[in-house]
Design a binder for this molecule. Sequence first.
Ligand SMILES: [Zn+2]
Length: 436
Amino acid sequence: MQAVIMAGGKGTRLVELTKDIIPKPLAPVCGKPILEWQLQKLKENGIRDVILIIGHLGEKIKEHFGDGSLFGMNLSYIEETEPLGTAGALFYAKEKLRDGPFWLILGDVLFDIDMKRMEAFHEAQRALATLLVHPNSHPYDSDLIVKNDAGRVLAFDSKHNVRQGWYDNCVNAGLYLLDKSFCDLVPAPQKTDLEKGLLSKLVTQGAAVYAYATPEYVKDVGTVERIRQAEQEWGDGSAARRNLKRKQRAVFLDRDGTVNIDKGLICKPEQLELEPCAAAAIKLLNRSGRLAIIVTNQPVVARGLCDIETVEEIHRKLKTLLGNEGAYVDDIIYCPHHPDKGFPEENVAYKIPCHCRKPDIGMIEACVAKFNIDLRQSWLIGDRTVDVQTGKNAGVRTILLETGAAGQDGKYEAEPDLICSNLLEAAEYIAVTEGE
Ligand SMILES: [Zn+2]
């Protein structure tokens, strides 16, 4: 696999660090240029063949890295005589690229990810382009990606749009896998914006553009403030710990009665309202470096009370409300099934015995595979005995909450490891006793 790094940007927002003597990609993070970290991470993922697009002060980059042999890399350069945006230089890169997919990386993105996972996703979807996406703590003022359940990108939702409805917290992170044929879309060396100029057109035409969501560390370090934050996360190892090659700690959260107020079966977005401290609790989990994943039984689908699309809309509302308060969940997994047939108005296709309905552990097993989770270091928090039983069955520790059903449903005998008055108290317990 080859990679192209767009290292030609002018970096006016970093001039305090670069003094306009060095180009932006040579700005230091923890004592090493951003670009050197990028090359190191590529090398760790087996990618040594890299094409660097250079521009303003590009000769300094050439001086520092040469042909790459001192860094164990094979580097070649394309010099922009005028700025060509985030994609214009693909016109020139094409002749250096082999057939098949290649990585495209923006020059101010610091990352530590298991690249093989995204490559496998790109291949499985037979995508023309795959964007790395993740949730962030301020979706309300971010450009968002609208995708379907399979990850197919349906639209780009600019932060300048007035958003009427509920939305997914899904933000483009600046790492791409593109097929070489993508370069044909740039017919001449001209200033071209990757997202606005190429990808959004392709999406409108129905091309195979996909979004790969991951909780791993990817950060735009285009401002001095963001470099300072990154130095902390990079320096204390918290960035590296999130790489999915390493075992992850997760906190599985029940939904109704735990994150949102228990109002019985919820089958309309209007019925969903957050528990008062849920956003603060989830924000704490986000900051503690743990995955926050909702696992919920939603037999509303099997009972014919609403369809899958409505459940998704309810979850978009949940993500919007959390995002408004700076919190996000890494995933929401739900079981739409129910085992008992024979009710009026039921949706027969979902009236099946399944392996995902709690207290069975299919949803947790799916998360373990997806996020490489260490169950012994993980927790499940819920308000019902079925949550406690699920945790026992899966081999994670459990916290029963006094919100929602408060464990009074009387269905299972399993004892929780701890009882807390609400989700915030539970999150504080985990973060304080087990650290970050
Ligand atoms: Zn199920």
